[in-house]
Design a binder for this molecule. Structure first.
Ligand code: TYM
Length: 336
């Protein structure tokens, strides 16, 4: 039986990259599966967030804001299970088992570890190193088969398969499924507006590098106006974006926001200058994002309602997770 799981870290505000690469895919997946009985489970991974320092008050606020973003973008607590990771202790419990299955060398190869730990890895938290084992536990504690993510998480989902395969092999069972990453759409890797070789990220020190889901219309317009581009006009087909990462990024964003393919967009805007295209892009982004940010702001007025939604989601999640943890403990030989 297919089952869908994904998560986002409440480690800062939501970006357009999170929206196009992840949340919109979550909503589409939820809606495509609404009558199929396939569960869609979406988490705020607060335990992943604290692998780097988080101010406690900011963590609380960011978790609620992320939940508000999920709901405002169209995730429906009646159709999907929404909760935060620390509410379902089984994630961390399975992660311990996976810490003992995964190998140090596997973790050392993770590009996100290398990027985040940097040169001073002796000073990184142990949690940051073990991060992918917790992510594997998030997914496998539900026996999830499909994980919608942006391109940057592909390596972690592949590691999840390695952990599942090694567990199954070591214990001679066929227990954990080999999960598939689902990386789809025109915006699986949204790039920084200031540097077409870096991904758009909530942790980039430059706010001008990203569109935040909470940015107002003027801010969005200004960020796109200042976005780095080259001096040429837009090409009329996708091949013409070769070697033009900034141009490609803006066209990808437009295509994803407008539910079009890149070729369809270029058929309409090919030959235009960026001075013409950027205002079109801003108008489209504002039209698509402002209803969501308005709804987020409204939901944030009622944090108790958000918390109640997460608590009831966690109750449903625990019902699925508990028997899988119990069976895992039996397989490992733990006396209960
Ligand atoms: P995180 O919080 O960095 O990002 C959340 C989701 O947003 C996607 N994303 C992007 N997509 C396109 N362009 C971008 N610039 C961009 N930036 C972020 C990410 O690919 C991701 O899908 N380790 C995960 C969180 C996690 C998780 C999980 C995901 C924990 N457990 C289990 C799936 C399943 C992370 O740090 O994502």
């Amino acid at each position: 039986q297919p089952r869908v799981f994904s998560g986002i870290q409440p480690s800062g505000g939501l970006t357009l990259g999170n929206y196009l690469g992840a949340i919109r895919r979550f909503v589409d997946t939820q809606n495509a599966n609404r009558d199929s009985g396939i569960e869609t489970i979406y988490c705020m991974v607060d335990q992943h967030a604290i692998t780097v320092w988080q101010d406690p008050a900011a963590l609380t606020r960011n978790t609620r804001e992320l939940a508000a973003g999920y709901i405002a973008a169209g995730l429906d607590p009646a159709k999907s299970i929404l909760f935060n990771q620390s509410q379902v202790a089984e994630h961390a419990q399975l992660a311990w088992i996976f810490n003992c299955v995964a190998r140090m060398g596997w973790m050392q190869r993770m590009t996100q570890w290398k990027d985040k730990a940097g040169k001073n890895s002796q000073n990184a938290s142990l949690g940051l190193f073990a991060y992918p084992a917790l992510m594997a536990a998030d997914i496998l504690i539900y026996h999830a088969t499909h994980v919608p993510v942006g391109e940057d998480q592909k390596q972690h989902v592949e590691l999840t398969r390695d952990i599942a395969a090694k567990f199954n092999h070591d214990f001679g069972v066929d227990f954990f499924p080999l999960t598939e990453p689902v990386i789809e759409g025109a915006a699986t890797r949204v790039m920084s507006l200031r540097d077409g070789s870096k991904k758009m990220s909530k942790s980039d020190p430059s706010d001008a590098s990203r569109i935040n889901m909470t940015d107002d219309a003027d801010t969005i317009a200004q960020k796109f106006r200042k976005a780095k581009t080259d001096p040429d006009a837009l090409p009329s087909e996708a091949a013409g974006l070769e070697g033009r990462p900034e141009a490609r990024n803006l066209v990808n964003i437009y295509a994803a926001l407008n539910d079009q393919s890149v070729d369809e967009v270029l058929r309409d805007v090919g030959g235009r200058q960026f001075s013409e295209f950027k205002p079109m892009l801003s108008d489209l982004a504002v039209a698509k994002l402002s209803p969501i940010s308005g709804e987020m702001a409204r939901l944030m007025q009622a944090p108790d309602e958000i918390d109640a939604i997460l608590r009831s989601g966690a109750d449903r999640a625990r019902v699925m997770a508990a028997p899988i943890l119990k069976r895992t403990y039996e397989i490992v030989g733990m006396v209960s």
